[in-house]
Ligand binder design. Structure first.
Ligand code: FPP
Length: 249
């Protein structure tokens, strides 16, 4: 344990604090495989995944990351067996009810992105409560992407913009990239600088499609329940080796 803590301290000291990613997005993948490798049901992987959520939120807060977006449930995840979907919803409710006071104490602002209108009532109640309690905080903004899909988000933005055009609040010529960004769930937030995906898959799976146009991508074979602060720091150190040109030279 002492060795592990020393290693984390050494790694942390290598981070250039003046060039931290402002916004990190994480595709938390591999919970099911983590459990199956241990001969357990998939749901135990999700349970173990919550521990990682706790550790990574704390680490981002301590490191001074301003925005963290966690992909918790996609618009496609409804295709999973009903028991798994229900278990995930219950886990979220449990996480929020248990953690909100601690998160609030740590100045974390909780924000949900995605279409929460379809979620079970108990989820909506906890979501409203968590967002309300933490709404004045100015530390880490924790976006939890729930019933979120990047394409669905863009379709919804297009509809909102069309309404404004039809109501003559906006002219077609005034539609810019900025206007599209302002109509996404992440309005007023910077795009992610770094996107991390665990478990060896190398795709975005409908995560922050518009916002990831210039994100640096970091993939690891580590399964989400095994991901820890050390891996997070490795991803940040990788990010700091990248020259970001945003299409320039
Ligand atoms: C992907 O692993 C993970 C998910 C679909 C759910 C992520 C949820 C959590 C970590 C817990 C709840 C979240 C919060 C914010 C409290 P998978 O099941 O697709 O894994 P597999 O690819 O190995 O099957």
């Amino acid at each position: 344990m002492a060795f592990f803590l020393r290693k984390i301290k050494d790694l942390t000291s290598k981070i250039d604090k003046s060039r931290l990613p402002v916004h990190i997005g994480i595709i938390m993948d591999g919970n099911g495989r983590w459990a199956q490798k241990r001969g357990m049901m998939r749901i135990y992987g999700h349970k173990a995944g919550v521990k990682t959520v706790r550790e990574i939120v704390k680490a981002c807060s301590e490191l001074g990351i301003k925005y963290l977006t966690l992909y918790a449930f996609s618009t496609e995840n409804w295709k999973r067996p009903l028991e798994e979907v229900n278990f995930l919803m219950d886990l979220l409710v449990e996480y929020l009810s248990k953690e909100v006071n601690e998160l609030n104490k740590n100045n974390v602002k909780i924000n949900f992105i995605g279409d929460i209108s379809f979620l079970p009532k108990k989820c909506k109640v906890e979501i409203d409560r968590a967002q309300n309690i933490t709404k004045e905080n100015d530390g880490l903004v924790l976006n939890i992407a729930l019933n979120y899909g990047g394409r669905d988000e863009i379709v919804k933005a297009v509809k909102k913009i069309c309404h404004k055009v039809v109501n003559k609040e906006l002219s077609i010529d005034a539609i810019t990239e900025q206007i599209v960004s302002e109509n996404l769930y992440t309005q007023n937030q910077p795009d992610p600088d770094l996107i991390i995906r665990t478990s060896g898959e190398k795709r975005l799976s409908n995560f922050l499609l518009w916002q990831s146009a210039y994100s640096e991508l970091w993939f690891t074979d580590v399964l989400w329940p095994d991901f820890n602060k050390k891996h997070l720091i490795e991803a940040i150190l990788y990010y700091q080796t990248r020259k970001r040109r945003f299409g320039g030279i």
